[in-house]
Design a protein around this ligand. Structure first.
Ligand SMILES: Nc1ncnc2c1ncn2[C@@H]1O[C@H](COP(=O)(O)OP(=O)(O)O)[C@@H](O)[C@H]1O
Ligand SMILES: [Mg+2]
Length: 216
């Protein structure tokens, strides 16, 4: 059992995309997974509701949780499921801090062209604080929406820049996700990109990322 957080202080980086795809891949492996949406925008819950409405199998349980009680509630819920995934909204929210306090691993999606050193430094500090009372916490950056144009070399450039900054509590993951329309299209139907079955490359990338998180 693990509690995995997808979080970060910036909006639109792909937190909900990662959280929902991972939830679906876990469910496809037969795991009883709970998707906890702590973002008041409710995008992950909306995805789960669309999925439920369309009666997509496997079913994925999802709840919305906000505010103070979050940490205790997550721990309580974690005992009842095989795996828990938390989608924490963009902003330095109370929910993000509480979730960092209870999760085993945290993943912070970052877009190369929006690479915002200031928010990543803040994230590094938040992780540092959280580790004070949650020493098992491991946090990593995930490069998402990387250009598929090989000339752009965003992946390499971002890694070099990241290495130069020397963050203490954040490592950068090897698997990356490229900008692919299918991530958007599959989400509209309450599906993961793998279940959508129309983009083998996107599916392979998501699977690689998933394996690194859950089998790595
Ligand atoms: N790798 C990707 N390729 C294409 N579109 C993506 C990718 N990742 C996310 N998106 C799209 O970008 C938008 C923001 O993503 P989302 O996961 O909702 O971000 P967040 O939860 O961090 O605000 C959504 O429309 C989503 O479908
Ligand atoms: Mg979101």
């Amino acid at each position: 059992m693990s509690i995995v957080l997808v979080g970060g202080e910036k909006g639109g980086t792909g937190k909900t995309t990662l959280a929902t795809n991972m939830a679906a891949l876990l469910a496809l492996e037969g795991k009883d997974v709970l998707l906890i949406d702590t973002d008041r925008q409710g995008t992950a819950s909306f995805w789960a509701a669309v999925r439920e409405e369309a009666e997509v199998e496997p079913r994925i349980a999802s709840v919305q949780k906000f505010g103070k009680g979050l940490a205790g509630q997550v721990q309580d819920l974690a005992n009842r499921y095989d795996e828990v995934i938390i989608d924490a909204g963009g902003r330095d929210s109370m929910e993000l801090r509480y979730a960092l306090g209870v999760c085993d691993r945290a993943y912070v999606p970052v877009q190369p062209f929006q690479f915002d050193i200031w928010t990543i430094r803040q994230m590094d500090e938040l992780v540092s604080m959280a580790k004070g009372f949650n020493p098992k916490l491991q946090a990593s950056i995930v490069l998402n929406r990387v250009s598929t144009n090989p000339v752009v070399r965003e992946d390499k450039e971002t890694r070099e820049f990241f290495a130069g900054e020397g963050f203490e509590h954040l490592s950068i993951m090897e698997p990356i996700l490229h900008e692919r329309i299918s991530f958007r299209k599959s989400a509209r139907d309450g599906l993961s990109v793998t279940e959508w079955k129309q983009d083998k490359k996107a599916s392979a990338e998501m699977n690689q990322f998933f394996r690194e998180i859950y089998c790595g």
